[in-house]
Design a protein around this ligand. Structure first.
Ligand SMILES: [Zn+2]
Ligand SMILES: [Zn+2]
Length: 350
């Protein structure tokens, strides 16, 4: 099989031809039909996340090289081990990638995506979808997304469920409450669509890209703000009558967090999803004085993914723009993404 692999961190991916793996035990061999390209793939290619200033978290110990990224996979069941159950060859399925050790307390409560005891996440810890084939450890991670565009179903495994899990953390709202979506990458766009499907509240959107903001307005955002404009926070505070009740920050930069926290009203929630990097600097007393909750949200659990697929099957979530490219463009797509040249999501096809 052909795979696009990280041979050395911070270098372009290399096309490698290797033996197709043989599924053992409960494992399933999936033939990749589509593999989405996520912003996290840049951090995986780098081998680190940026913290404040020049500080970095080294993530290279999470995997061994050569490594195949790709955690938004849709494919076909191509083979399975002796102990795999409930499968037929040729079944078309989306692959839930956020797999934990399966034994620790966190995994037992269903949050395998938060496991820290032996992560087996596909495309971030074990080989993923920038390839002709991949191994999935158990059939329970293969999801029937019948009725949803296959390419979109691939992206739902990360960008979709990440947005859904963050939006679930909003909880109950009053009719007059406003939700602010910060950042219109693939996950942010999904977030806008899911918010519209789950809440009747006014949705404000902020980004630095005028074209993306125009598109968000056409997708139903009530008001849009360019965060590069100096008076954007005061405009938002005026329009939302003193601040928004919930901010979902899909960027996670120093600039976006400053904008988000300045826009949150007393008693509001600031939900942080994006992993851009930097440091949160906030006068401590303002957190209790304004009674703000700061909440982190990472991907989503298997049951959240199933809930989200169910919601998506109803057809109420408008699809994000998807561009299909041949797999050979994997490395080029990562560099386009670094430059911010992509609207919505790219899915690669072997
Ligand atoms: Zn992702
Ligand atoms: Zn675990």
């Amino acid at each position: 099989m052909k795979s696009h692999k990280i041979i050395e961190y911070q270098k372009p991916l290399k096309l490698i031809e290797e033996e197709t793996p043989k599924p053992k035990g409960t494992e399933v061999l999936v033939k990749v039909l589509y593999s989405g390209v996520c912003h996290t793939d840049i951090h995986i290619n780098d081998g680190f996340f940026t913290l404040a200033g020049k500080k970095k978290i080294d993530t290279s110990s999470m995997r061994s090289l050569p490594f195949t990224p790709g955690h938004e996979v849709f494919g076909e069941v191509f083979g399975f081990g002796k102990n795999a159950r409930g499968l037929r060859l040729g079944q078309r399925r989306a692959v839930f990638p956020w797999i934990g050790c399966g034994k620790c307390d966190t995994c037992e409560t269903g949050f395998e995506n938060l496991c820290s005891q032996g992560n087996r996440s596909i495309g971030t810890s074990v080989n993923g979808g920038y390839s002709d084939y991949l191994i999935v450890p158990h059939s329970r991670y293969l999801l029937n997304t019948n009725g949803i565009d296959d390419r979109l179903a691939a992206t739902y495994m990360c960008s979709g469920v990440t947005a859904y899990s963050a939006i679930k953390k909003i909880g109950k709202l009053k009719n007059s409450d406003t939700i602010l979506i910060l950042g219109l990458g693939g996950v942010g766009f999904s977030g806008l669509q899911i918010c519209k499907a789950m809440f009747d509240n006014a949705i404000a959107v902020a980004d630095i890209d005028t074209q993306k903001l125009k598109y968000a307005k056409r997708c139903g955002a009530k008001s849009v703000y360019n965060t590069l404009e100096k008076d954007s926070v005061s405009k938002l505070l005026k329009k939302s009558k003193g601040g928004v009740s919930v901010v979902i920050d899909f960027v996670g930069s120093e600039e976006s967090s400053a904008f988000g926290l300045a826009s949150t009203k007393r008693g509001g929630k600031y939900i942080l999803v994006g992993l851009y990097g930097g440091q949160l600097t906030v006068p401590l007393a303002t957190i209790p004085l304004r009674s703000i909750s700061i909440i982190g949200s990472l991907t989503g659990s298997l049951s959240e993914t199933k809930e989200f697929i169910k919601l998506a099957k109803k057809g109420t979530i408008k699809p994000i723009p998807i561009e299909e490219r041949p797999m050979i463009k994997a490395s080029k797509t990562l560099s386009d993404m670094r430059k911010g040249d992509i609207t919505g999501r790219v899915v690669l096809k072997p």
